[in-house]
Design a protein around this ligand. Structure first.
Ligand code: NAD
Ligand code: UGA
Length: 461
């Protein structure tokens, strides 16, 4: 099928590349010229395992193109994905201005043939109808301009009949985005028109049939067909549930710390109950990233718009805020005064296997440590090697973990990068002023690190 993906970030680029890989002809559009230039040269602007290789092979097969030309993309696609960012506004609501610009742009370039416009971006509930309205505004503006210029055009009614909006929320995780796309737990399609749903089912058929799955013998991927608002709500409810689950285990961890229990054993013990499930029960320094914080806030905001106070979600947010300070409390417990001390952060990105620093717990930690008068150094496999500081301030980026440890009063594991399991902790402890290690992800084996000479403190263990 002919597909256009507008917005080539973590979601848009992965979606475009994977759809091209399974045999569709995809044009990826972005209004960032630098990014498009980079992608045309075969390079991925983001770090996502396996993405560059797929991008290059799909481009070589002729199935994948990149452009800044929205008109060309709209003309090409039978299915048009909107995959631009929807960051949080200071009020907590979702900033939909990029979606609006794209929807208007699509309207300005619709060319008659039936199109499915897909909201892949996470958008507030009700956005399906809103996008439809904005697209029609774009159509009307074009109509007005053409009439003013004296050109003949198709009527608004005819154009209106030629597209439908589908909500197709994305559930991929950064760091395993390509894997998640080929191995989804489910595909959610929300629309009022069966014709649009049929086209989406045809698009995803190779994935549903597990042709690109790690285990092709698994039953087909469930496709959940809903109305527009329910599909939009599924996305927010899924992220809010997962964030609440993490806040729950973090609260349990804090109680474990006080009563002397080990949260990793507790998580195992409760996770084996199939009603609870073992995933997303890793206690730590709180959830971050580009989605959980903004999506939970947006859902709270939507509920407020309807006069409903979200007590459980507010609690999940508050637990998370407090959890972001847990490592600092433990540092104070061990080092007492932090002023004049040097703290080394192992990891900066909000989770491993990504270069994404959006709303990373490390940022909160750097700010707090700076405020308390500590010097902060950090080593992160991606940030240190890319040579880019990601606009980070108040932190010295070291090129390797041993240089990081040198002269530190404490180390904090902020991101659970695999390579941190293989470090020479014995050597590192010897070069530190105080061999203190706060494991903000309960990632390391306390026995190993203690044997290497560290005073080890986990979260709730
Ligand atoms: P991103 O910020 O990484 O990428 C957005 C891209 O859109 C950028 O490349 C930007 O240049 C481009 N863009 C902005 N305005 C444009 C315009 N008018 N025309 C063309 N391109 C434009 O965003 P992301 O992380 O990929 O997230 C996109 C959406 O998907 C968000 O709504 C997010 O909540 C949702 N989502 C993200 C993830 C994730 O893991 N990042 C997962 C599921 C859902
Ligand atoms: C999350 C969801 O998992 C995806 O399904 C969703 O598509 C995406 O948000 C989105 O909407 O953007 P992502 O943010 O990439 O994906 O990463 P997660 O693996 O969910 O981790 C989010 C945060 O929770 C990270 O800071 C991570 O360290 C933290 N986390 C996760 C924990 O503290 N404990 C856990 O057990 C799991």
């Amino acid at each position: 099928m002919r597909v256009c993906v507008i917005g080539t970030g973590y979601v848009g680029l992965v979606t475009g590349v994977c759809l091209a890989h399974i045999g569709h002809h995809v044009i990826c559009i972005d209004n960032n010229e630098e990014k498009v230039k980079l992608m045309k040269s075969g390079q991925s602007p983001i770090y996502e395992p396996g993405l560059s290789e797929l991008m290059q092979s799909s481009a070589a097969s002729g199935n994948l193109e990149f452009s800044t030309d929205l008109e060309a993309g709209v003309k090409h696609g039978e299915i048009l994905f909107i995959a631009v960012g929807t960051p949080a506004l200071p009020t907590g609501e979702s900033d939909t201005r990029y979606v609006e610009a794209v929807a208007r742009g699509i309207g300005a370039h619709l060319n008659g043939g039936y199109k499915v416009i897909v909201n892949k971006s996470t958008v507030p509930i009700g956005s399906g109808d809103w996008v439809r309205m904005i697209v029609l505004d774009g159509v009307a503006e074009r109509q007005k301009n053409l009439v003013a210029a004296g050109g003949g055009i198709s009527t608004l009614e005819r154009i209106e009949a030629e597209f439908d909006v589908v909500s197709n929320p994305e559930f991929l995780r950064e760091g395993s985005a390509v894997y998640d796309t080929f191995n989804p737990d489910r595909i959610v399609l929300g629309s009022n028109n069966p014709k649009a749903i049929e086209m989406m089912k045809e698009l995803y058929a190779p994935l549903v049939e597990r042709q690109f799955s790690e285990d092709p013998s698994l039953p087909p991927v469930p496709v959940v067909v809903t109305d527009l608002s329910s599909a939009e709500m599924i996305k927010y409810a899924a992220n809010a549930f997962l964030a609440t689950k993490i806040s729950f285990i973090n609260e349990v961890a804090n109680i474990c710390d006080r009563v002397g229990a080990d949260v990793t054993q507790v998580a195992k013990g409760i996770g084996l109950d199939s009603r609870i499930g073992s995933k997303f029960l890793s206690a730590g320094i709180g959830w971050g990233g580009s989605c959980f914080p903004k999506d939970v806030s947006a859902l709270v905001h939507t509920a407020e718009d309807y006069g409903y106070e979200t007590e459980l979600l507010n609690a999940a947010i508050n637990v998370n805020k407090r959890q972001r300070t847990i490592a600092i409390e433990k540092l104070q417990q061990e080092l007492k005064i932090l002023k004049g001390k040097t703290v080394g952060l192992l990891g900066l990105t909000f989770k491993p296997d990504t270069d994404d620093m959006r709303d990373a717990p490390a940022l909160t930690m750097i700010e707090q440590l700076n405020r308390l008068g500590a010097k902060v150094k950090a080593y992160d496999p991606i940030v240190s090697q890319s040579g880019l500081s990601h606009g980070l301030s108040g932190v010295i980026i070291e090129s390797d973990p041993e240089r990081l440890a040198d002269g530190c009063d404490a180390l904090v594991v902020v991101t659970e990068w695999q390579e941190f399991l293989r470090l020479d902790y014995g050597k590192m402890a010897k070069t530190m002023r105080e061999p203190v290690l706060i494991d903000g992800r309960n990632f390391l084996d306390p026995a190993v690190v203690t044997a290497a000479g560290f005073r080890y403190l986990g979260i709730g263990r």
